[in-house]
Design a protein around this ligand. Sequence first.
Ligand code: CA
Length: 231
Amino acid sequence: MSAPYILIVEDEQAIREMTAFALRQAGYHTQEAVDAREAQSLIADQRPDLILLDWMLPSVSGLELARRWKKEELTADIPIVMLTARAEEDDKVRGLETGADDYVTKPFSPRELAARIKAVLRRSAPEGNDDLLRANGLTLDMASHRVTSARGAELEVGPTEYRLLKFFMSHPERVYTRGQLLDRVWGSNVYVEERTIDVHIRRLRKALQPAGYDALVQTVRGAGYRFSTKV
Ligand code: CA
């Protein structure tokens, strides 16, 4: 397989060049764009495996671009990592809600960036080689529908909570509103009140609690829920 292609969209030359250098060192193939127009034409030439997108760009912001790309069929599946100078939790949530897969706050080390990109690429790989989802030792086996702790103890998870956990573990580090969870886990044809989500979240945490994994299911105030291994 050839090296993954990463499109870097950043207007600040120094950061752009440093980033491109670091990613090439890490074995990636890179292209650089200074604004939305250049990025668009590079994407039309060749579909990137991942887009590294600066939040603050001239004319069209990175946030607006992420929103557009996630809506268009051609680009909807390309993972996006946002580069941001803002460290406010609200902005992170806003960034992730527009469809960004992760964000890296400036200043960042090239090593950190490469690690985050690697993680996002791994998550977005089309088919996993096995049927296991893992997070901090918590393992969900899609073949046997078993959920086990790092010590191998089986956790008792109800059928709805299992589906919820499977969705969360396949889409970590992203905030989902109750409405989105209903659509993705229950299906958009099923009528369930949004409050029902809270009940199942509570049950899921209770099921994970004996092994200490309940903290991975996080409430994001005013937004929804997120599955995260970061505190
Ligand atoms: Ca910028």
